[in-house]
Design a protein around this ligand. Structure first.
Ligand SMILES: Cc1cc2nc3c(=O)[nH]c(=O)nc-3n(C[C@H](O)[C@H](O)[C@H](O)COP(=O)(O)OP(=O)(O)OC[C@H]3O[C@@H](n4cnc5c(N)ncnc54)[C@H](O)[C@@H]3O)c2cc1C
Length: 570
């Protein structure tokens, strides 16, 4: 995305679509098949556990003995040693059946103990990973507090040094696995609690005196999964349990969240696949007006879109996971894109599947309403999609901002000495001019001729993105941070573009591998997505300059002031 903001397509990162080796595919198929069997055996239990808001201990034991808590733990420490792609695919299978189970495993692996994998010392790893792999210890991630959600740097939990120990004091809120965890990755301020940032990460275990958890939260969805408060009252934590450097806890937290996002994306894809099966079956079985409802255009439109959403999400989640597995370090923006797109695609799918089922969709006897309730949280936790949109836009534009700053420094005095000044037209400025005049356009070279029109959509959008980013940054400069309407539009365009690129890459690889006839349906999926992306991206770029933002802000301010709707018809 950083390159795209500069107008460059990094084709080698995108093409060919990352393939799974034959050996890895074999292993994964075996694991996924067994997971499917295990989950199928409890299919009737999930709705009951949802109603009762509980996950029986015997079922947790089954998950443990199956190795589901050791998915990403290296084999040397007793786990399965899965990379991001295999992990995400396995969570997909779990989520096809039950979101509460998927989030229990996901919170353990994606965030609960990932800090140990990323930042732990060898001693810490040897001490905890074997027990985490078997599920003897379940992990939880403790960042959120009553006064600190999106603004994670404002936490109030403290850790003060006392000899070789730290004394941790504070309260954490809505902690997934809180009631069943023995291993907590806890973030606490190690300096002045009033100062932003300056936090440090610690491993705290349940057996330490002063650790306690609150009751099971009664939630809208994921009801069987454990969510509780976690309290730390003068808990003595040895310095040997510190994760990473003192004062670098914010970075630790962000790195954990960035690395874990493909788990959530995989879960969303699994739920979408289940919804497509449900909706297709419903469309085949239900008749109205003397016809099966699958004959109606509006039903086809819904299910068609569900398939496009699922395919695009899966392509994007897999691409990001594969980039992580290939050792790319800088994939935080792309990981955020995969989370935002997949969680919103799931929300659309859940809503449309419920609509396809009509009144049955609203009845608790059927699975739809549970899936809708379960799906909603994905847009809120592990970074709200609003915050992630700002993160995507501001981080991806960072390099352009840097170059513009350089440019403005080097342009100082240009007009005093035009000849010397001409020489400072930096590479960036030259590229910018070439983009604006259309002399140069970054293009795909490895896309099959049949997909050229779709590649062109992406190439044109890349050029327009670079121009829009340049324009926005020149206009707002540092103040871009406060210009959320503009950032959101750029983020939406970036999300669409990256998703299109991943989907194009996958369809291209299918076309090469199986030929046009076999890849026909995938090409049609790309046809639909590419057209939609083209329209949305164009609109977003147009609206960067021409919009009704000021009116909308005034309307919102008016409502904030009154705290009610101001009009009535009587
Ligand atoms: C079921 C569940 C499980 C959870 N599990 C965990 C867990 O395991 N560990 C953990 O640490 N936390 C967990 N959380 C907490 C979760 O990560 C937070 O709810 C989330 O980060 C949002 O914080 P908040 O709820 O305080 O919302 P707020 O931060 O108060 O946000 C409220 C609204 O304002 C928006 N907003 C906030 N700041 C800005 C801004 N600068 N610009 C624009 N919009 C903004 C948000 O997007 C949101 O729409 C969980 C929450 C739930 C509900």
């Amino acid at each position: 995305m950083r390159s795209l903001c500069m107008g460059y397509i990094e084709e080698d990162m995108l093409l060919p679509f990352p393939a799974t080796s034959a050996e890895a595919r074999e292993t994964l198929r075996g694991v996924v098949g067994s997971v499917s069997e295990l989950m199928t055996s409890h299919e009737k239990d999930y709705p009951k556990w949802d109603k009762a808001a509980e996950m029986p201990a015997s079922y947790l034991e089954e998950l443990k003995s199956f190795g589901l808590f050791g998915l990403i733990i290296p084999e040397a420490h007793g786990g399965l040693g899965f990379g991001s792609a295999a992990y995400s695919r396995t969570l997909q299978e779990v989520a096809r059946f039950d979101a509460s189970t998927a989030v229990t495993i996901g919170a353990h692996s994606s965030i609960g103990m990932r800090g140990l994998l990323l930042f732990g010392t060898d001693v810490q790893k040897q001490r905890f990973l074997p027990r985490l792999a078997t599920g003897e210890m379940i992990a939880a991630f403790c960042l959120t507090e009553p006064g600190s959600g999106s603004d994670a740097a404002s936490i109030r939990t403290t850790a003060s040094r006392e000899g070789d120990d730290w004394v941790v004091d504070g309260n954490k809120l809505w902690i997934t696995n809180g009631g069943i965890a023995d291993f907590f990755t806890v973030f606490a301020k190690t300096e002045n609690a009033d100062k932003r940032g300056n936090m440090t990460a610690f491993i705290v275990t349940k057996d330490m005196p002063g650790v306690s958890v609150g009751p099971h939260e009664d939630k809208m969805g994921l009801r069987a999964s454990s969510t509780t408060t976690v309290h730390f009252e003068r808990v003595k934590v040895p310095d040997a349990n510190r994760l990473g450097e003192v004062g670098k806890g914010f970075k630790v937290a962000m790195k954990i969240l960035n690395s874990g996002r493909t788990g959530l994306g995989g879960g969303a894809v699994g739920a979408m696949k289940h919804l497509i099966s449900l909706a297709a079956k419903q469309a085949n079985e239900r008749s109205q007006f003397g016809k099966r409802i699958r004959e109606f255009g509006l039903i086809k439109q819904k299910v068609g879109h569900m398939v496009v959403d699922c395919y695009a999400s899966e392509s994007t989640v897999h691409m990001v996971a594969a980039l992580a597995d290939q050792g790319y370090e800088d994939y935080a923006v792309e990981a955020a894109i995969s989370k935002v797109f997949a969680s919103e695609a799931l929300w659309r799918c859940a809503d449309e599947a419920l609509q396809t089922a009509g009144g049955n969709g609203y009845m608790t006897e059927y699975p739809y309403e549970r899936i809708v309730r379960d799906a909603r949280i994905n847009r809120i936790f592990e970074g709200t999609n609003d915050i992630l949109r700002l993160f995507i836009a501001l981080t991806a534009m960072d390099d352009v901002g840097g170059q513009l700053k350089e440019l403005s420094k080097s342009l100082q005095g240009v007009f005093d000495d035009p000849i010397k000044g001409f020489g400072v037209l930096s590479e960036y400025a030259l590229r910018r001019a070439q983009l604006a005049t259309g002399i140069r356009k970054s293009a795909f070279t490895k896309v099959e001729p049949r997909l050229k029109t779709h590649a062109t959509v992406f190439e044109d959008a890349t050029k327009d993105l670079a121009i829009a980013v340049d324009r926005v940054l020149r206009k707002h400069g540092r103040n871009i941070i406060g210009k959320q309407f503009a950032s959101r539009r750029l983020a939406d365009a970036m999300i669409d573009m990256f998703v299109l690129a991943c989907t194009l890459s996958r369809v291209n690889s299918s076309l090469v591998a199986s030929g046009e006839e076999k890849a026909q349906q995938e090409i049609q999926i790309l046809d639909v997505l590419s057209d939609e992306v083209k329209r949305r991206v164009r609109q977003n770029f147009e609206m960067v300059d021409r919009n009704e933002d000021e009116s909308l802000k005034a309307i919102a301010d008016h409502a904030f002031d009154l705290e009610r709707f101001a009009w009535d018809t009587i």
